[in-house]
Write a protein that binds this ligand. Sequence first.
Ligand code: MN
Ligand code: MN
Length: 470
Amino acid sequence: MSKQNEKSPSEALKKRLFHTPKDAYATLDEAQIQSAFDYCEGYKDFINSAKTEREFVKAAIKTAEEKGFKPLDRDKKLKPGDRIYLNNRNKSLLLAVIGTRPITDGVSIAAAHIDSPRLDLKPNPLYEDNNLAYFDTRYYGGIKKYQWPAVPLALHGVVALKDGSTVEICIGENESDPVFCVTDLLPHLSSEQMKKNASEFIRGEDLNILVGSRPFKDDKGSELVKLNIMKILHERYGILERDFVSAELLAVPAYPARDVGLDCSMIGGYGHDDRVCAYPALTALLETQNPAYTAVTVLADKEEVGSEGNTGMQSAFFENFIADIATSFGNYARHVFQNSVCLSADVNVAFDPIYADVVDIRNCAKLNHGVVLTKYTGSRGKSDTSDASAEFMAIIRRLMDDNGVLWQIGELGKVDAGGGGTVAKYIADLDVDTVDLGVPVLSMHSPFEVVSKLDVYMAHRAFSALLGRE
Ligand code: MN
Ligand code: MN
């Protein structure tokens, strides 16, 4: 080695003492990068056919059954190696692979959510205004309202009928389907609109979806455009206007997830938050064979609106599921929880050079730097967060390092810049060691979120490491 290439004492000491985050492309070899890209093809396919929590549950059950999972049967005694699932009202899903260690040694939990921000139809949604027909909506979750007009929308969901049957609706995903949209004002006439605050220039009440303009063929009467739309819906789905009362119809962006960038290194699409963690949490569990600790994946609903209700993470459904497993081995759920560990699988902000001033660059995740480990979420002075312990952080970083998972740390923005939460605190409340780990996202909660393929693959590796831990 020539003298010039020798490290100076300060350089050598820095190398030993400092932590320098590395781009995953500088760390992974070609084969690993290819594995990540291949994995993401499966991810894109899955989220293109599962845009809502109901569709995700359905698709996950289908895949799980192909991999030997069976509905939980409370009359059957569980044994190591059993692969079970519990479908909670078609909107959240619990899956488990029973481990070889005693259940009171605790379980490994990967908990993600499968609901995403969108526009929900109101209970009385259909109306006509000046010969145009609309669906009136109420937005679901934290959206920037101005991002939703002028975007093609698809309609997904169910209409439950009084006779107990359910009609499934999905319009706008096939190329031959029509799509819908919220209209926006032309720039030529926007001088007043553009003076308004961004949170006000598109009002929630104005997020009305254009659904028709052709009147029913008759020269007499009012609401003929609305009548024609209702006639089409009735012919196609057998539904009446009153049936909207018992429906859950969601408007979501109509386009599929696509590669982003000339190098195809990223994926853009609707609802990466939190399918980009839910899918890896699912694939990791499906691949888990004979784990030491019972491995559990939770796919929860209602995270975007506070995790409430009987399909949200604050509901007893999760506790009851663990209790069912514990009971099968003659134990109590509380003795399982106190020894359990959980990765709350949710996204965090990725550093965006265009909006650099809202984050602390030394404590913000970056694209292509692996999964982001978030010790605490919440806002202000650590409000509304479970804040993982130092000891648990040490356990998780060792687990990641031992399994070749590239990871980084991240906070959700600068102190007092805003904030947000995840399901972590609800699981921690059950006496479980819990920390957030997930994929960094650009344009979070927009109709077109962006993630890095390498980070998505690292999420799969991270949840595999957790669920397969020795
Ligand atoms: Mn989320
Ligand atoms: Mn979110």
